[in-house]
Design a protein around this ligand. Sequence first.
Ligand code: ADP
Ligand code: MG
Length: 261
Amino acid sequence: DSPVSPAPARSERTVPPSGDPLVVLDRVNKHFGALHVLQDIDLTVARGEVVVVIGPSGSGKSTLCRTINRLETIDSGSITIDGRPLPAEGRELARLRADVGMVFQSFNLFAHKTVLENVTLGQTKVRKITREKAEQTARTLLDRVGVGGQADKYPAQLSGGQQQRVAIARALAMDPKLMLFDEPTSALDPEMINEVLEVMRQLARDGMTMVVVTHEMGFARSAANRVVFMADGRIVEEAAPDQFFSNPRSDRAKDFLSKIL
Ligand code: ADP
Ligand code: MG
């Protein structure tokens, strides 16, 4: 792709969120020893918004996701979700994790539990929903992601694409306010990528707030409200997908896109 129009005369951080903010990161910094892995990250995700995070390997994308559901602590700055600062521990933290669904590259389902149990467990344990109600919700969600017929199987009996859709159903079963996806299709065989992306597209259409780390640029173009480009622990650029892909402003983004498109 070559630039189709001259760069607009505005700064690189001007795309406003469309609704009220659900997630707000304010000058977040994080180190791993000497490595400054997140550097002054400012990011607001509006309710209902789909933000796709892209960038080279090692740029801090996974760490960013992990700080948002407090799998990683931060050194400075603040993160609020729905107006509340991230709790440090205890029951508040468990509730936060339930509010923030996360789907990783590896499917990480419970291997010794059935698909149905995988999607029921969090509901009964964390949300304190009755088993009967939880199973009803689980079956509805499994149908919705297209694996309703697999409820009584174990994860190893499913394809990678099916497992990942179960992982999405499991996260959705907690009725999260936000879904984080960290390269959910990177470990999948090519023919299974689309079935997972299609579930994510549907979720986006249904209005779920989503932060998605992915190398699937087709998904970014079609489903994102905004693309955030990270490099070396910083948000280098953020823009609407059309603008980002046709007219990246930073040299880092141009270089990255030239390698992957
Ligand atoms: P990305 O997801 O963009 O590939 P990551 O967030 O996984 O990047 O990693 C960013 C940098 O932080 C990398 O250099 C990585 O090696 C380093 N890193 C990630 N997790 C840890 C950790 N737990 N301890 C030390 N270094 C880490
Ligand atoms: Mg990563």
